[in-house]
Design a protein. Structure first.
Length: 923
């Protein structure tokens, strides 16, 4: 039983559409030129729809961290006049400076601390920005977040300087210093520390932080704070010099600025890429005469067609982006990758359509040639674009807004590229077909000859009604040089001729397109072996490369080579890394990249996890007090926390106070309510405890409170993910409504969903691609080959990108989605050509390579040419895109021109032929 396929219907549709496209060539050509400027109006909304906030773009839309952040910001909102560093997550304007000694040594030396304090004082008092009216100049003292109108001045530097002077190193404990009831947390201010092995006191530190928190309300103040941040940036980058210290820094908008700089790299690189592809496409659009007549064939060459193919990609980009912006879809900087993708797809389609045009018979009318060309190119181009559209449509099924924006823009833009290929480019090709048919110069359109004649008399091709079997004819062609007779039109087998009509049962059009001719009122289905002499490259594929790879020894080598390829791919897949380091979001030479690298020294030991209890226990109840202490111990005793020495909790300090005064722990409200309130009010740490407790406004009871746990070993993305999962699991198991939060949680939530989301999208893509292959390829075994090829290519890309230092993250996930579409293109074309060719398996392989080997090579190499310029950009996002697509093209090219043809050469031809014939009869 044959396989039902949609391919015959699609082929007949495009065969009909080819004639229509010739009749409506001017309309098809002009309509996109009119539509594109109208849709491009959407670009006026670009700035208003642009979103570059990394916490939104690169983290899941419904991520848990958003709820956790909302809990803390609602209960403990930012109070600009009662602000303490580390107690609020809503700071939207700040400058953070990380300082190290220039010699890489201890920063606790007096000379180093003096230099740091000099820098601190300069920023606090000497950097100013003018007001809007120019009447005043505002300094940090005017714009700082303060506590009761006093700006924080990085007092830890003064404390360290004072300790150095009196020589009391032993008095500084780490990470928690200060008195028993007034702890000072140093874990967030000192990093890469060395402790005394006997008592845990601080001996040395190699890095420290300076914090400058700025006001953000109302809008005019927020603007001034932003200007002050940029003034500090300008000072640190251009004016600051020191022989004692080196620094790295960031402010709130640094990461967005770094992403914006990435986008700026794309414009010149896109111009270079587009120029390189233009030269590539135009160079291969010229046709050369063969001996004895040499030189360019100025009639059959198609430089303007190549330009039209390039222009098609630009039109589709403008239309796709403009339409999405008109519909209000948000835009992100990652979308700047899409132009490189669209050019690759558009150029690939152009090469396929040009190849199919070159295979048509020049003796036919342009309308007939368009019909023949579209009958073949329409299916091939449809496979390319439909699979790419499906890939990105599936990519839209994601929790990450950035990937959703990218995939939606790519999906719509590729749709326009497909439409414009079938309208603008097809219409222009018909116009150039007229020029060729009239014997006009391909550049200047003056007439060179009066008509375009075939090399042999057409009558010879149809004067004999005898049957010529295509498989026999092809076998002859493979073993003998082409002659004039080989260029003639020959009858296809199984033709039933009547005086007025023709009934056919013909094999599928593949290497040799079927053509209907008229003679004395009789329709005859004929097939052209090749109306023109085979080009040198096609002869290479059909007479050298094709016969070479179907040799038994070469096929044995291919199997061995594929096994080696597969083994290394699996090894890479097993050892891949997850996570996107923040510094990789920007170029390596951007100042914030150094900041994130230095910041990791604080993530090794010292960052604070905030733990909130939304349903506080009754302190007077000893059972609930013990449960509370069990909660604290649960968080302290993990591989990612420092233990009791890193815990900042008012309840523990109150217990220390009671122990210090030898108070009996009575289970009374007087001790655990009234006296606790008095202690909180008058203790040395009253300011910080006030920011940790939320009192009920009606009955003055504690509504919620929080404490901080010191973290360790959370420097790497995988540590972020594992620690976040563990700490949340602990919180979920505790009583009292426990919620936790840390600044790494947004990144961790991305890491947590990347792997399952990638696997899910790949699985859905494979199912969809299988359905498309089954509908368009009239052979179940061949569809299986396509599916296995996609899996093999994706496995190779996923595995080998590990050896090229590419992690699995939001950026590489986008590239993997793209690689699925490219994998389909590179495997489906050659398989489709194999199925629709004739003869035994080896003959089919040779025929498929002769027909589409060169276009596949052109498509892959043009993509590589287009993206190679990106390798010069020192930015992880761009490098990841380049490496993933480069791997896809190289691995896909090896599959399309080597592995797949070898695999197909083992196919049992009779079974395949039955499938084709049954499918044809059913159509």
């Amino acid at each position: 039983m044959g396989l039902t396929s949609a391919e015959p219907l699609i082929r007949r549709f495009f065969e009909w559409y080819g004639e229509v496209s010739y009749e409506k060539r001017w309309s098809l050509f002009l309509t996109p030129l009119i539509l594109t400027p109208l849709l491009s109006i959407g670009f006026f909304r670009l700035n208003s729809l642009r979103i570059d906030d990394p916490s939104y773009v690169f983290t899941p839309r419904n991520a848990r961290w958003r709820h956790e952040f909302n809990v803390f910001s609602t209960i403990w909102p930012l109070n600009e006049n009662r602000f303490l560093p580390g107690k609020s997550f809503e700071t939207k304007r700040f400058v953070n400076i990380l300082v190290k000694a220039k010699d890489g040594g201890d920063i606790l030396r007096e000379s180093v601390l003096e230099e740091i304090e000099l820098l601190n004082q300069w920023i606090m008092y000497n950097i100013t920005i003018p007001t809007a009216d120019g009447k005043f100049h505002l300094s940090y003292q005017d714009l700082c977040l303060n506590y009761e109108w006093i700006c924080g001045g990085n007092e830890h530097i003064l404390m360290l300087r004072e300790r150095v002077r009196v020589g009391h190193f032993i008095d500084i404990t780490y990470p928690k210093g200060g008195n028993k009831d007034t702890p000072v947390y140093l874990g967030s201010t000192l990093g890469d520390v060395t402790l005394d092995e006997t008592n845990g006191t601080l001996r040395a530190a190699k890095i420290t932080q300076l914090f400058y928190f700025l006001k953000q309300e109302p809008e005019i103040i927020r603007q001034y704070s932003s200007e002050f941040s940029y003034a500090v940036e300008k000072f640190l980058l251009k004016r600051f010099e020191s022989n004692i210290i080196v620094l790295s820094f960031a402010h709130y908008q640094s990461l967005q600025d770094g992403l914006e700089e990435n986008a700026k790299h794309f414009k010149p690189n896109f111009i270079v890429s587009f120029t390189a592809l233009s030269v590539y496409a135009i160079a291969f659009s010229f046709v050369f005469h063969r001996k004895p007549k040499k030189g360019v064939d100025w009639i059959r060459s198609k430089p303007y067609v190549a330009c039209a193919g390039l222009l098609t990609t630009l039109l589709s980009l403008c239309s796709g982006f403009g339409a999405m912006l008109l519909f209000g879809v948000h835009y992100n900087v990652i979308n700047t990758i899409i132009p490189f993708l669209i050019i690759a797809i558009g150029i690939d389609d152009m090469f396929i359509m040009n190849a199919c045009w070159d295979r048509t018979d020049p003796s036919h009318t342009v309308a007939q040639r368009m019909s023949e060309m579209m009958a073949h190119a329409g299916v091939a181009v449809s496979i390319t674009n439909i699979t790419d559209i499906l890939s990105f449509a599936i990519g839209c099924i994601t929790e990450l807004p950035g990937i959703e924006f990218f995939c939606s823009y790519a999906c719509v833009t590729i749709t326009f590229c497909y439409i414009y290929q079938l309208t603008f480019f097809t219409g222009f090709l018909a116009l150039m077909g007229d020029a060729e048919n009239n014997g006009r110069h391909c550049l200047f359109f003056y007439r060179l000859v009066t008509a375009n004649k075939n090399c042999c008399d057409e009558k010879k091709a149809i004067e004999s009604p005898s049957t010529v079997y295509l498989s026999e004819r092809f076998s002859q062609l493979q073993n003998s040089p082409p002659t004039c007779e080989d260029s003639q039109l020959k009858m296809v087998h199984n033709i039933s001729i009547t005086t007025n009509s023709v009934k056919t049962k013909h094999p599928q059009n593949g290497l040799f397109p079927a053509i209907t001719l008229k003679k004395n009122g009789v329709s005859e289905l004929v097939v052209r072996t090749d109306g023109e002499q085979l080009r040198m490259i096609r002869r290479f594929f059909s007479r050298t490369y094709g016969p070479f790879i179907v040799k038994d020894e070469v096929r044995a080598f291919a199997i061995l080579f594929y096994i080696i390829f597969l083994v290394f791919a699996v090894v890479g897949c097993v050892n891949f890394k997850e996570g996107l380091d923040p510094e990789k979001l920007v170029a390596n030479n951007h100042y914030i990249a150094a900041y994130f690298k230095d910041l990791k020294k604080f993530w090794v030991e010292g960052p604070q996890l905030h733990v909130a209890l939304l349903k506080p226990p009754n302190f007077a109840d000893p059972v609930q007090r013990e449960k509370l202490m069990a909660v604290v111990r649960a968080f302290e005793n993990t591989k990612y926390t420092l233990g009791r020495q890193g815990t900042i909790f008012f309840f523990l300090e109150y217990l220390n106070y009671l122990d210090q005064v030898n108070a009996e722990l009575e289970n009374t409200k007087r001790l655990w309510n009234a006296k606790l309130r008095t202690w909180l009010k008058y203790t040395g740490g009253s300011n910080q405890w006030a920011t940790d407790i939320k009192f009920n406004e009606t009955d003055d009871t504690i509504q919620a409170f929080r404490f901080q746990i010191a973290l360790k070993n959370v420097a790497e993305p995988n540590d972020h993910k594992t620690a976040t999962r563990l700490l949340r699991a602990i919180a979920d198991q505790q009583p009292f409504g426990v919620q936790v939060y840390h600044e790494i949680f947004p990144f961790a939530d991305q890491y947590l969903i990347i792997m399952p989301a990638t696997i899910r999208n790949i699985f859905i893509s494979l199912i969809c691609m299988s359905v498309v292959a089954l509908l368009l390829i009239p052979s179940l075994p061949s569809s299986a080959v396509i599916l296995l090829s996609i899996i093999s290519i994706c496995l190779g890309v996923f595995g080998y990108m590990t050896f090229w230092d590419v992690n699995l993250d939001a950026v590489s996930m986008i590239s993997i989605i793209m690689s699925i579409g490219f994998a389909v293109d590179l495997s489906a074309h050659i398989t489709y050509a194999f199925v629709t060719s004739h003869g035994n398996s080896k003959s089919r392989v040779i025929a498929a390579l002769e027909t589409l080997g060169w276009p596949i090579f052109q498509g892959a190499t043009s993509t590589i040419t287009g993206i190679t310029i990106l390798y010069t950009v020192d930015a992880y996002i761009i490098q990841t895109f380049f490496k993933t697509i480069w791997l896809t093209m190289i691995i896909g090219l090896f599959h399309g021109l080597f592995f797949i043809p070898v695999a197909l050469s083992f196919f049992p031809t009779p079974r395949l032929q039955n499938s084709v014939e049954d499918r044809t009869i059913s159509s």
